[in-house]
Ligand binder design. Structure first.
Ligand code: FAD
Length: 424
């Protein structure tokens, strides 16, 4: 008999909770990754950088396992079908993995677990992706928090010692004839220019994060979003580092968990406003205007620079994400779900809970007390956060002479009136 460890959003060998438990289970462990066609078939762009990133991370894991005379087994298909095949290939005792809190992932895991149990195989999953999950942080009346500040206070109060989970390489099973992982071509994708290096936390960024994080030209944030998304870095490593070096950065990691628990407790947010009343907002949804926003042609330099950074790199600075999202939902009165979907296709660090939570925050329809009448003024934001226009100049060509597609004062009043009417 063997055990299986199923990699998903935890693409690393070190400090991996589920893997640690699998390796300490007394049986040899076969490490497995499934290129899930239920997810991949929905991706239109076959030169998808995030798939290439996953592939590179897996290749790194495989190389490391090879040096310990083991190997990663990769499959392409629907997880249920793959487990049916794995049952023929191995006598499996338990499938170990780490928990995922997105509605689709929960559904997938319930199906797989049910199928395995019917066949006498145990399914054992662990908390790895977050410090606190599900019901870990609740109000005194046992209901979930919907406001960040009290949530983060309780989060900090509840924090104990953060463990490190070791990896015992001698417990990996030796696999014959399966030394290479599937290629990108095997799964219908192409190589891209994305680079992969094992993520590290830069102390000089984190230590002064609170001073400089809001100035997009300084690019003074960690860019660890994609690593946290795919688990190529452990959140426990990040939180330990944050505790030692910078509380503001710790708060950002708590925001991540805050939105994850919102998604877990209120899965309706995937398609609907957290605050139901906001469903009544009559969005203008002008397709031409949406296109101009996507292409960075609104005539507001800070908005256009942000959209061009996103289109060119798959990243956008947080301050500018807030400005562009506010512009779309308030200035143009375009449904936040359109912007959310566009970001989802472009952001390398795309994460359902964070993207959804932040878009709803920008539109004012999310949890938290953010009032709808806070409408970012792009010019004021530029004066405060990019006064030398360094960021704008970096992303806009010299020939840029776009005229504003809508006047700020007019757009602001239109938004206020529309929201007020819908909500009263
Ligand atoms: P740092 O500033 O170094 O922060 C460290 C980590 O903390 C981030 O990598 C991320 O995991 C977490 N974090 C930071 N801010 C937030 C936040 N506001 N909410 C949740 N987690 C946070 N973040 C995503 O990870 N995925 C998304 O799809 C995403 N979409 C967003 C959409 C909009 C409209 C806005 C306003 C913000 C969005 N964010 C998203 C949050 C934030 O902008 C990014 O996490 C951050 O810019 C990533 O840069 P970084 O990795 O350098 O993060």
């Amino acid at each position: 008999k063997i055990n299986i460890f199923w990699f998903r959003r935890d693409l690393r060998l070190e400090d991996n909770v589920g893997l640690h438990h699998a390796l300490n289970s007394g049986l040899k462990v076969v490490p497995v990754f499934i290129f899930d066609t239920d997810i991949l078939n929905h991706l239109e762009d076959k030169a998808e950088k995030r798939v290439d990133y996953i592939h590179k991370a897996l290749d790194g894991i495989n190389q490391e396992l090879k040096s310990h005379s083991s190997a990663l087994k990769t499959y392409h298909g629907n997880p249920l079908d793959i487990f049916k095949n794995l049952m023929n290939e191995f006598e499996i005792d338990t499938v170990f993995c780490n928990r995922d809190y997105e509605p689709q992932a929960i559904k997938r895991d319930d199906e797989v677990a049910g199928f395995l149990r019917k066949n006498g195989i145990r399914f054992s999953n662990f908390k790895d992706q977050v410090i606190f999950e599900k019901q870990d942080i609740l109000k005194n009346d046992q209901s979930p928090y919907t406001v960040f500040t009290p949530y983060s206070k309780k989060w900090k109060e509840s924090l104990g010692e953060i463990e490190v989970y070791s990896t015992d390489f001698s417990q990996f099973a030796l696999l014959k004839g399966h030394n290479d992982i599937l290629t990108l071509q095997d799964i219908g994708f192409k190589k891209t220019e994305i680079e992969f290096a094992k993520p590290t936390i830069e102390k000089k960024i984190v230590a002064s994060y609170h001073q400089y994080r809001d100035f997009p030209a300084m690019d003074h944030t960690t860019h660890l979003g994609i690593a946290l998304r795919f688990g190529t870095i452990s959140v426990r490593t990040c939180v330990r580092f944050a505790l030692e070096n910078n509380e503001t950065w710790l708060n950002e990691l708590i925001w991540r968990e805050f939105f994850m628990q919102i998604l877990f407790h209120f899965p309706h947010v995937v398609n609907h406003c957290f605050k139901k009343k906001y469903e009544d907002i009559p969005w203008r949804n002008n397709e031409e205007e949406f296109k101009s926003w996507c292409e960075g042609k609104t005539g507001y330099p800070i908005v256009d620079a942000g959209m061009r950074e996103l289109n060119e790199t798959g990243f956008m600075h947080n301050r500018v994400r807030m400005i562009t999202a506010s512009f779309l939902t308030k200035h143009l009165l375009i449904d936040w779900r359109w912007g959310e979907a566009y970001f989802a296709t472009k952001l390398l660090d795309y994460d359902l809970s964070a993207n959804n939570g932040n878009w709803q925050w920008a539109a004012g329809c999310g949890c938290d007390a953010a009032p709808y009448f806070r409408i970012f003024n792009p010019e004021e934001q530029t004066k405060k956060f990019d006064k030398d226009l360094k960021y704008i100049k970096k992303w806009l060509p010299e020939s840029y002479d776009q005229k504003p597609m809508v006047e700020h004062k007019f757009a602001r009043e239109r938004a206020l009136e529309t929201y007020k009417k819908a909500l009263n």
